[in-house]
Design a protein around this ligand. Structure first.
Ligand SMILES: [Fe+2]
Ligand SMILES: [Fe+2]
Length: 149
């Protein structure tokens, strides 16, 4: 499928992925008040399962989403320095997610530690979307109107 998507397809895909990431951030915030996720002491098995599933789905969504943004940047021939800068931010976000996967395997981590780390990731992602992604969207919409969609 990669390489066969039009700009129109990619824009709808990127919008859908951003909505998925919003839903995952809401899910993460809700876990703070989840009864199985108490803040101190050893993390409970039900909470571990929920956080692990959330981290797994967030990582999978990010990997697919970043790949689609890269595809869109190349499709519209975005400036090389912009592509490189955007890719560096994606790499930093992925490293943050991978560190979370490692923290998940660390028995000393409490649910509070993990939820705080997820919250820190979501704040970084939000910042990325309001700045670097917003610039990409301006490029994509300009290209889309010039292509007569
Ligand atoms: Fe991005
Ligand atoms: Fe994005």
């Amino acid at each position: 499928m990669a390489g066969t998507l039009t700009l129109f397809d990619l824009l709808s895909l990127l919008d859908a992925e951003h909505r998925q990431l919003d839903d995952l951030a809401v899910e993460a915030a809700a876990l703070f008040s989840e009864s199985s996720c108490h803040f101190s002491g050893e993390i409970s098995a039900p909470c571990r399962k929920k956080i692990s599933s959330l981290i797994g789905r967030t990582l999978t969504t990010c990997i697919a989403h970043f790949m689609h943004e890269h595809e869109a940047m190349h499709l519209i021939f975005a400036p090389r320095d912009y592509i490189d800068g955007h890719a560096d931010e994606h790499d930093a976000l992925l490293s943050q997610m991978r560190a979370l996967v490692e923290d998940m395997g660390n028995n000393g981590a409490t649910s509070y530690d993990l939820l705080q780390a997820i919250e820190t990731f979501n704040i970084a992602m939000h910042r990325h979307r309001n700045t670097t992604d917003a610039e990409l969207y301006r490029y994509l919409h300009i290209s889309q109107s010039s292509q007569g969609y």
